[in-house]
Design a binder for this molecule. Structure first.
Ligand SMILES: *[C@@H]1O[C@H](CO)[C@@H](O)[C@H](O)[C@H]1NC(C)=O
Ligand SMILES: *[C@@H]1O[C@H](CO)[C@@H](O)[C@H](O)[C@H]1NC(C)=O
Length: 183
């Protein structure tokens, strides 16, 4: 039994610290968990916020980061739509695509960047409104795509992207609501 006293106090403290380190490193993750679990698409929320480096460490940076993910995806979708317009020769499809591009351009260029700016000044209500509006634009775009009756590869791809952007907007709005409710 004498052997156990060979573990000196400094060694013991060091071992305790080693055990604590992973817990300390996880505190950001726990904030992400807590915030994401309150959103309607927890997996999407986690997939959006986990890979970020440096990891956002407070609710306000999480909300900004989420709005940036929406902006990234919508920018990407707009680029995809614009590339399709160049290669489409079917008038109905071309009209639907052009309408989507028109809907998305101001949202990508002005509205969401403005919302991200407003969040820095604490105007979370305005940011929530803008993201809700962006979500409505994805519905309008999708209606147009649906009305062409097209079910080819590009229609399927746009539908998937629209859905992703819509869900990301839902997540971002929910993160903003958590922030506004001080949770
Ligand atoms: C779109 O959202 C997904 C899921 O959050 C993310 O992993 C991806 O990086 C985003 N894409 C762009 C271009 O921002
Ligand atoms: C578009 O069509 C899909 C199924 O084809 C449907 O689930 C979706 O609700 C429609 N979207 C809109 C905005 O009309």
């Amino acid at each position: 039994m004498k052997k156990s006293s060979a573990v000196t106090t400094p060694t013991f403290l060091f071992l305790c610290l080693l055990l604590l380190l992973p817990l300390l490193a996880r505190s950001n993750d726990d904030l992400i968990d807590k915030i994401c679990q309150a959103t309607p698409f927890c997996d999407l929320c986690e997939a959006s916020l986990r890979p970020l480096s440096p990891s956002p460490s407070d609710p306000k940076s999480l909300a900004s980061a989420m709005a940036n993910v929406v902006l990234g995806n919508l920018t990407d979708t707009l680029g995809y739509i614009q590339s399709l317009i160049k290669h489409t020769h079917e008038p109905a499809a071309e009209r639907a695509l052009a309408q989507c591009a028109e809907l998305y351009r101001p949202v990508v260029k002005f509205n969401i960047p403005q919302a991200i700016d407003a969040m820095r000044r604490g105007q979370f209500g305005f940011a929530t409104y803008v993201l809700g509006d962006a979500e409505k634009q994805t519905d309008s775009c999708q209606k147009g795509i649906n009305s062409t009756g097209a079910n080819d590869e590009s229609a399927v791809a746009i539908t998937a992207r629209n859905k992703q952007v819509k869900n990301l907007c839902d997540v971002a709005i929910s993160v903003l609501k958590s922030l506004m409710n001080g949770r």
